[in-house]
Design a protein around this ligand. Structure first.
Ligand SMILES: Nc1ncnc2c1ncn2[C@@H]1O[C@H](COP(=O)(O)OP(=O)(O)OP(=O)(O)O)[C@@H](O)[C@H]1O
Length: 275
């Protein structure tokens, strides 16, 4: 069964896009079929994979969402690009800003992205949605479409208020639109091993949210090589395969898969024991 992840945090520059690329290509390395969805009007994910002018791509996520809203038909492969490292990509660009505005007056405005993803997801093991740095209608659509959320947090700054708002939004989406939405956890990114900030943040999160919010064991180090990847249009595995960031992203990829299979086993156990 396909698993859909949303990478969300309304704060910008926390590593959502870098994580989408390297978790996605990490899963490909594990033998999985992966679709990346650029749901950010900045088109950073598209650009990071080497498609340098997202705004001039003729068919993007915006095109496909408009077709979904208008109930027009499309081919399930329409607009999907194939990156040389094995991931598929639905590009995003500035047209998503206009789509976000028009969603407001659309019937089922929170679930247009879910309707689209439901049409194409059966070809993939994983779909990863890179969200906008906002809690607007497109992020709500991503949360409505997802099975699970990953929250990248830049390890030297914890916006406590921002985290509370994000968790409230996730809880509201779960209550009103998508009861199966799980929160896989917080991924600490850009961890500087010379400081204790990452440990402090993990401690604060555990203290405030306890069992409700997992902090992934694997952390992503601050790494110039990781910062360089978007300009190269490659993953960290292609750019610096033996570096710390590549090892960390691969370990994180395995942790994500492990958590998924533990959750499946728990569900199966509950089903078999009638709970
Ligand atoms: N581990 C890392 N070490 C150093 N720099 C990093 C690391 N991960 C990402 N960066 C850099 O930090 C910046 C922000 O990362 P990224 O674009 O992934 O964040 P984002 O949350 O997707 O941003 P936005 O909200 O604008 O979409 C980028 O310039 C990226 O190259």
């Amino acid at each position: 069964m396909t698993k859909v992840f949303a990478l969300a945090n309304q704060k910008g520059g926390v590593g959502k896009t870098t994580t989408a690329v390297n978790l996605g290509i990490g899963l490909v390395k594990e033998g999985k079929k992966v679709l990346l969805v650029d749901a950010d009007a900045q088109g950073n994910l598209t650009d990071s994979l080497g498609y340098r002018e997202p705004d001039s791509i003729p068919v993007s996520l915006a095109t496909l969402l408009v077709k979904t809203m208008m109930e027009e038909s499309y081919d399930s492969q329409e607009g999907i690009l194939q990156h040389q490292e094995g991931v598929a990509l639905i590009p995003g660009n500035i047209e998503l800003s206009a789509v976000e505005v028009s969603l407001v007056n659309t019937m089922s405005r929170e679930t247009i992205l879910r309707s689209y993803i439901d049409q194409v997801k059966s070809d993939y093991d994983y779909v990863l949605i890179d969200c906008m740095p906002s809690l607007g209608m497109l992020t709500i659509n991503a949360l409505a479409a997802a099975d699970s959320v990953i929250i990248p947090v830049q390890a030297h700054y914890l916006p406590a208020k921002g985290m509370a708002q994000l968790l409230q939004t996730i809880a509201r989406v779960r209550r009103q639109i998508n009861p199966k939405l799980a929160l896989d956890g917080v991924l600490l990114t850009m961890v500087d091993s010379r400081t204790n900030f990452a440990k402090d943040i993990a401690h604060v999160l555990r203290h405030e949210y306890g069992d409700k919010l997992r902090v992934f064991q694997d952390e992503i180090p601050l790494s110039i090589r990781a910062a360089e990847t978007s300009a190269k249009g490659k993953s960290i595995y292609a750019h610096d395969p033996n570096g710390q960031a590549a090892k960390a992203y691969m370990a994180f990829t395995k942790e994500v898969q492990r958590i998924g299979s533990e959750r499946r086993q728990t569900r199966q156990h509950q089903a078999e024991h009638g709970r």
